[in-house]
Design a protein around this ligand. Structure first.
Ligand code: GLN
Length: 560
């Protein structure tokens, strides 16, 4: 087998940034010329992460091959060249589902089906499925050591060392080394306990990544090394950083990649981290700044708009611009004045979403952007809001709505297509009573852009592929009427004649897309729509005194 394996576990508390650490290790290994793939195991029982509430769980990341996955896969794609898909994320529910289906088919020949070996074998097979085509497979086990749920995954990765050999496997454990203000000290005890818990189940970590607010002194590293039975130079400081894009370089400075190639006995040249250095310099020292209002529902959970947040930052990088994001609660928008809540915004974005709550606030934000000629970017539900707003306030269809929110509307400009053709060209059927899972237009679809459009100027090519995740569509029955009133349809799904992009003339930058471009933006290769939206928002500052006042000042960031 060609691949070697890195297993990443987490201890002490959740939210230490295991996904970012895994992605950064991927980036470091690529910088040494190695090819990588990544895999995330999620210990929860849900079979379909797509139906999980973003309030609880953060964004659902969508891949080209139509998998609805954990948001960490977004980090993996942004930091590495690995393309994520269905094979890169499994939940406990999916693993059990696979085992139970095999049992039903009689594949276990009537034997007793057990966690060990059947569940663990299924987990191991998912790891091994990624091997062969890449030099390194990086496996992140979700959850925290000590959780009941993650035990089968930990047992499976423990077994893999005996199966694959010491030289082919490395275990990294991410822990917390808190600084206790009153003692004036970094505390190693939580790390010791966490490693103890890991060793009890048979895993001796090779490397400890210690998340901390200050550099670990040599004495602290020695202490951790002694108590946790690892080499001193395998204790790595994972210090908090200003920008998440600093992590690969910070890990390199601590010697993480050296240690890994030694452990795995891989011969590589020196890493080329110049692109990452350049990126960090750009992120930290932009010449300009712009304030963007994001009007949405999930404004209180940091992770619900993860890819969107990053794509906007990337749009800033492309324009040498710091993007100050102001997340505006669309329910507040329903009750309060738009010009109060959106004051000082150089650009307004309405993101994707589901459900009626706050929808009228989103429509109000579109109207404000349209009438005041503020650059506007509507994504998925945001595009649907733009179509509804235009139909109501420009085309005179006063009761225009999406049938998602008003099944009896007399003007369903956005509606549920009951029959449609999916990516595999299979005819799918659904109605309002269909299951929530598995009935969406999901994954990458082609879209053809029309001449002289804002979209074509951004992409600079006629055929694009973007990722979808929605049920409702622009209703072609209203196409002629809306276009006559001035709405421009600038992107179409060629096979189904579905409207994918809309624009407005006589506006500095107004674009709505039915797909989610944020899933395909990279820090090193910012998405063209985000690049141009930020560019237009910067343009909106010229001669605008409120914009000028904003320059160089950090507007309060409600979300990190
Ligand atoms: N709720 C809308 C639909 O299902 C939009 C979905 C989205 O924004 N991702 O079509």
């Amino acid at each position: 087998m060609r691949s070697k394996f890195i297993f990443i576990t987490g201890g002490v508390v959740s939210s230490l940034g295991k996904g970012l650490a895994s992605a950064s290790i991927g980036a470091l290994m690529e910088s040494r010329g190695l090819t990588v793939s990544l895999l995330k195991f999620d210990p929860y029982i849900n079979v379909d992460p797509g139906t999980m509430n973003p309030f609880q769980h953060g964004e659902v990341f969508v891949t080209d091959d139509a998998a609805e996955t954990d948001l960490d896969l977004g980090h993996y794609e942004r930091y590495t060249h690995a393309e994520m898909g269905k094979k890169n994320n499994f939940t406990t529910g999916q693993i059990y589902d696979a085992v139970i289906s095999k049992e039903r088919r009689g594949e276990y020949l009537g034997g007793t089906v057990q966690v060990i070996p059947h569940i663990t074998d299924e987990i191991k097979s998912k790891v091994l499925d990624l091997a062969d085509n890449v030099d390194l497979v990086i496996v992140e086990v979700g959850g925290t050591v000590g959780d009941i749920e993650s035990l089968p995954f930990l047992e499976a990765i423990r077994q893999l060392r005996s199966d694959l050999g010491r030289e082919n496997t490395a275990y990294i454990h991410l822990t917390l080394v808190p600084y206790i203000e009153t003692a004036g000290e970094l505390k190693t005890k939580p790390t010791q306990h966490s490693v103890k818990a890991l060793r009890e189940i048979g895993i001796q970590p090779d490397i400890l990544l210690c998340r901390t607010s200050r550099f670990l002194t040599p004495q602290v590293k020695e202490k951790i090394a002694l108590f946790c039975n690892v080499d001193k130079d395998a204790v790595i400081t994972a210090k908090d950083v200003e920008s998440i894009y600093e992590v690969p370089v910070a890990f390199h400075q601590e010697g993480l990649d050296n240690r890994l190639v030694e452990l795995l006995n891989i011969w590589t040249g020196r890493p080329n981290l110049r692109p990452w250095d350049r990126l960090v310099r750009k992120v930290k020292n932009p010449k300009r700044s712009a304030s963007i209002a994001v009007v949405g529902k999930y404004v209180h959970l940091k992770d619900s708009y993860k890819s969107l947040h990053e794509a906007l930052i990337h749009g800033g990088i492309a324009n040498d611009c710091r993007v100050n994001l102001n997340y505006v609660d669309c329910e507040r928008m329903e009750k309060e004045k738009a010009d109060g809540l959106l004051k000082g915004a150089h650009g307004i974005l309405v993101p994707g979403g589901f459900g009626q709550r706050g929808m009228e606030g989103k429509i109000k934000a579109v109207q404000y952007a349209r009438e005041n000629k503020i650059p506007f970017f509507g994504i998925c539900l945001g595009m649907q809001a733009a179509v509804i707003e235009f139909a109501r306030n420009v085309a005179g269809l006063k009761r225009a709505n999406s049938s998602e929110f008003d099944v009896n509307t007399t003007a369903p400009v956005i509606y549920l297509m009951e029959q449609w053709v999916d990516r595999e060209k299979v005819v799918q059927k659904r109605d309002i009573h269909s299951d929530k899972g598995g009935t969406m237009r999901l994954g990458a679809y082609p879209c053809k852009l029309v001449e002289r459009s804002v979209a074509l100027r951004a992409y600079n090519r006629k055929m694009i592929w973007e990722r979808h995740r929605h049920r409702y569509e622009f209703n072609n029955e209203y196409k002629e009427m809306l276009t006559k009133s001035g709405l421009k349809v600038s992107g179409l799904y060629p096979d189904g004649d579905l409207v994918e992009v809309i624009e407005l003339g006589d506006h500095p930058w107004f674009l709505g897309c039915q797909f989610h471009p944020e899933f395909k933006s990279h820090p090193m290769d910012p998405h063209p729509l985000f690049r141009d939206f930020i560019k237009a928002s910067l343009g909106n500052q010229r001669g605008d005194s409120s914009g000028k006042r904003q320059r160089g000042r950090t507007v309060s960031r409600k979300k990190g």
